[in-house]
Design a protein around this ligand. Structure first.
Ligand code: ADP
Ligand code: MG
Ligand code: ZN
Length: 181
């Protein structure tokens, strides 16, 4: 058996989690053995579920790092979902490869750009190594154009700052550029 890797990327509010949930649910309906993971630092809505901004949810196992994800992996799993993949280290790229090579369908969702507009963690390599890549866009809250940036409202300079509409806005290229000038 050989599997494959699917990446769902884009800015905040673009529907990545919604789309991951849709794919996971369809696999569950097909009676496939499914496991979903998420980084523990994302406890925004529920500690044991992945939840989209419009409140769709599926069960998700919180893990602190890749090591814990390996430990909690069901050896008979057929479909592995990982949300907020940008919060894992580069080792997650090989992990996804290994899973696909041993027959799993791997579906990962995450931010491709950080709030400064720079590639986020393992996403560039994941996008290159995946068979399927879906880039989703949000709607710019300032002008209504398609948005591919997650703009941080606070001035906190750390790359990882977990939040929602209180902390971030989806904005388009033009509105992002206005903010940079
Ligand atoms: P992501 O995982 O990419 O952050 P979610 O799947 O959690 O996105 O949430 C997507 C939902 O967010 C949309 O269906 C919509 O209800 C809501 N939403 C809030 N702000 C926006 C926006 N600016 N553009 C598009 N959708 C938005
Ligand atoms: Mg999400
Ligand atoms: Zn705009």
């Amino acid at each position: 058996d050989i599997g494959w890797v699917e990446v769902i990327c884009g800015p905040m509010f673009s529907g990545k989690t919604e789309e991951l949930i849709r794919r996971i649910r369809r696999a569950s309906f097909a009676k496939q053995r499914v496991q979903v993971f998420k980084p523990k630092i994302d406890d925004r809505y529920d500690a044991n579920a992945i939840v989209s901004h419009n409140q769709e949810r599926v069960e998700g196992i919180p893990v602190s790092d890749l090591k814990e994800m390996r430990q909690k992996l069901d050896p008979h799993v057929e479909v592995v979902g990982i949300d907020e993949i940008q919060f894992f280290d580069q080792g997650v790229v090989d992990f996804c490869d290994e899973l696909a090579n041993k027959g799993c369908r791997v579906i990962v969702a995450g931010l491709d750009l950080d709030y400064l507009g720079e590639p986020f963690g393992p996403l560039p390599r994941l996008i290159c190594q995946a068979e399927y890549v879906s880039k989703l866009l949000a709607i710019c809250v300032r002008c209504g154009n398609p948005a591919h940036h997650s703009y941080r409202l606070s001035t906190d300079p750390q790359q990882v700052l977990v939040g929602s509409t209180d902390q971030y806005e989806a904005i388009c290229r033009r509105c992002f550029k206005v903010g940079q000038d």
